[in-house]
Design a protein around this ligand. Structure first.
Ligand code: FES
Ligand code: FES
Length: 137
């Protein structure tokens, strides 16, 4: 069986960009997969004036596909406005990685959701969300 990952994916897996935690993030979210129990946490710093993602870090407890996707989305999101970063799709991330094995799509979707949730966390903390139903936490 051919090895399923291309060189770009392997590079991001072996040398993940922006990996680690952030002491004082402006937004943070953890997404977990019920299927495998793996998790990814995304931390963002946001410039209050321009609403640009000025810094981003991630921690992954997932597989190569999850780590590589989290790594590439940090590169795609950095320097983008929150609105632009929110629009980053799984397809964009997969394309930037030169393709991902279909069987591993959910693992990489998890990383994209982590970014969106971290942005949502920032927006909720700063009262930027449009009328959202109140939650108890
Ligand atoms: Fe769990 Fe991929 S196997 S994130
Ligand atoms: Fe866990 Fe893919 S097997 S997200």
């Amino acid at each position: 069986m051919a090895f399923p990952y291309n060189e770009i994916v392997l590079d991001h897996f072996r040398n993940p960009r922006n990996v680690g935690s952030m002491a004082d993030p402006d937004g943070k979210a953890t997404e977990g997969s019920p299927a495998c129990g793996d998790m990814v946490t995304v931390y963002i710093k946001v410039d209050a004036g321009t609403k640009v993602v000025s810094d981003i870090k991630f921690e992954s407890y997932g597989c190569a596909s999850n780590i590589a996707t989290a790594s590439i989305i940090t590169e795609l999101a950095k320097g983008k406005t929150l609105e632009e970063a929110k629009g980053i799709t799984w397809k964009e991330a997969a394309d930037a990685l030169g393709g991902l094995p279909a069987i591993k799509a959910h693992c990489s979707v998890l990383a994209v959701e982590g970014l969106r949730s971290a942005i949502q966390n920032y927006e909720e903390k700063h009262g930027l969300t449009a009328s959202r139903e109140a939650t108890t936490e």
